[in-house]
Design a protein around this ligand. Structure first.
Ligand SMILES: [Cu+2]
Length: 257
């Protein structure tokens, strides 16, 4: 009997060990751990925001918001698989959404490798419908800044732009859109955590400084607090959509200089 108990204890200890490993011990290696969700809206004919800085294991979701011509849009990585030069980090998995035509349709990609990722809409690249995601910081990046059709090249936000206050505004907009997206999927706990993490770093940011200079910092912070209160209660998604829109309006002058 004692031997059985010892065996059982060993088994339980092993299971607990595995659980800790799985939940994220120091040796965690899973690439499916999502830190945050950012949303880039697909519009006629641009990505909003066109540039975004994130960290490894952040998920980016592109959501189709406009399709007036009915021909749709794609989100496609610059990669030889799609007949284009390589403009994502070597070894990163290329992606292609295919043509999206239904409003609300989305495509998602989990970024893991640091570096610069450029992408385009296969139907409107010539009209400058392109975007850039930078993963893991903007210093010492080997940026490719030539080789595309002129309109496409000039529409991709530069690394310099993305490391400044415009980049911070883009980041905040996509993060707020991500909160709205999570709330719409009834993932309120995740949405709240994402909002509170942002609130805790906001006061140290260039964005906060710039909004202070513009005299709208308090208004912006009030919108964030309102959003937090709404997410803490059970409210219709329309109230959250409205509050996110109000916060975004305050950032719009920075995001589209
Ligand atoms: Cu397009």
């Amino acid at each position: 009997m004692e031997r059985w108990l010892a065996l059982l204890a060993a088994l339980v200890a092993a299971l607990i060990g595995m659980l800790f490993f799985w939940l994220g011990g120091p040796t965690r290696s899973s690439t499916e751990v999502v830190q945050r969700v950012f949303v880039i809206e697909i519009r006629d004919h641009y990505f909003d925001p066109p540039g975004l800085t994130v960290q490894p294991h952040d998920r980016v979701v592109w959501v189709l918001k406009e399709n007036a011509q009915g021909d749709g849009h794609t989100v496609t990585a610059y990669h030889p698989s799609y007949d284009r030069p390589l403009r994502i980090p070597p070894g990163a998995r290329p992606w292609n959404s295919g043509v999206m035509t239904q409003l609300g349709q989305s495509y998602s990609y989990l970024f893991t490798l640091p570096g610069v990722y450029d992408y385009f809409c296969a139907l409107h690249e010539q009209q400058g419908m392109v975007g850039r995601v930078i993963v893991g910081g903007t210093t010492n990046l080997p940026a490719v800044e030539q080789g595309l059709p002129a309109t496409a090249q000039s529409s991709i936000p530069t690394i310099e732009e993305l490391s400044g206050v415009t980049g911070e505004a883009f980041h905040a907009i996509a993060l707020l859109q991500g909160i709205e997206y999570l709330a719409a999927q009834a993932q309120t706990a995740l949405a709240l955590r994402q909002l509170r993490d942002f609130q805790s770093v906001f006061s140290q940011s260039h964005l906060a400084m710039t909004l202070t200079q513009q005299g709208i910092r308090e208004q912006f912070e009030n919108r964030l607090s309102a959003l937090e209160a709404l997410l803490s209660r059970r409210v219709p998604i329309s109230a959250i959509v409205q509050t996110v829109a109000q916060a975004e309006v305050l950032l719009s002058a920075l995001a589209r200089p």
